[in-house]
Write a protein that binds this ligand. Sequence first.
Ligand code: AQP
Length: 349
Amino acid sequence: PQVIFSGIQPTGVPHIGNYLGALQQWVKLQDEASPKTTLLFSIVDLHAITVNQNPRQLRNACHQMLAALLAVGLDPKRSIIFFQSDVDAHEKLMWILSCRAQMGNLSRMTQWKASSKLNLSDNAPPVEALLNTELELGLYSYPVLQAADVLVHRATHVPVGHDQAQHLEFARKCARTFNHRYGTIFQLPETILSPAKRVMSLTQPHLKMSKSHQDPRSRILISDSTEEIAQKVKTALTDSNSGVSYDPVKRPGVSNLIEIMHHSRADGASCEDIARDCENLTMRAFKEQVAKCIDEHLGEIRQRYEELVGKEKEGYLREVAESGAMRARESAAKTMHLVRDAVGLGGFQ
Ligand code: AQP
């Protein structure tokens, strides 16, 4: 049977990039899954602490993320929604996988280089070079935790954005290494890539839109009001060429807005169709259309989100988290039993 797993970091209210690139697809998979398919969606708080977090803000962001997952349409009766740190098996399996994971493979991962703010080249830095930096261990090794997240539930399919594809390849490597050494226990998880490649920052369209970028105008949150959306789109960086055309290389800002519109619309209009329809519009009129389209798409989600973050829904969110954690622990326990047995851990099984 299929097991679908994915995760999101509680590092702020999700933006339209997280939504179009991940959450929208999670909901689609949930709604189209056969009754036999198990779906697990985790709020990966242990990943969030790979960069320094204010504890109170982290807890708050965890609650916001849970509310957001429900607001976009995940159904706790159908999907197992849980906080990663509520299920100890993730960390335990991480240690076991770490014992076989190779530094060389980890050093080739591109994500931590972007987050570490160290000045490292894109090629694998020699390990000695890393020893002279302040690179923190968790940031370096978090792909092993990510591999454990997926493997501990023996996921068959993992929907992720394109930026995470390399980590999934690493997870498969961890699974293969383990299976080769101890016998076949893990499934090799398949990557399901989201159709929305990378939604780019509104203010710096060469960078991806990100929850933790310091400029809030760079992203549209699923909780933004109609006015906030209009304002952010209005000030989005475009160019001084006249008219609208789709050319991600020469016109990254305009093309990003076209792509956002393409993924927000239900009518299947391609980026080229949208560009043709808007060809003769002024930039201002085009941006108004983009803002309207996003607002229509996010309207209901925003309303549900506002209700769910209200004080009176706190008990409900707690129930969802507790029941999700219980079901996720059951799913992980089955794998850990096999893993401990295979590795020879514990005096007695
Ligand atoms: N800009 C994006 N476009 C498309 N997909 C995106 N994702 C993130 N940003 C974009 C996808 O969202 C899922 C959850 O991501 P995450 O929160 O686990 O980590 P992230 O990729 O690091 O997201 P952010 O928003 O950039 O958060 P911070 O600033 O905290 O690092 C993933 O499937 C990701 O591909």
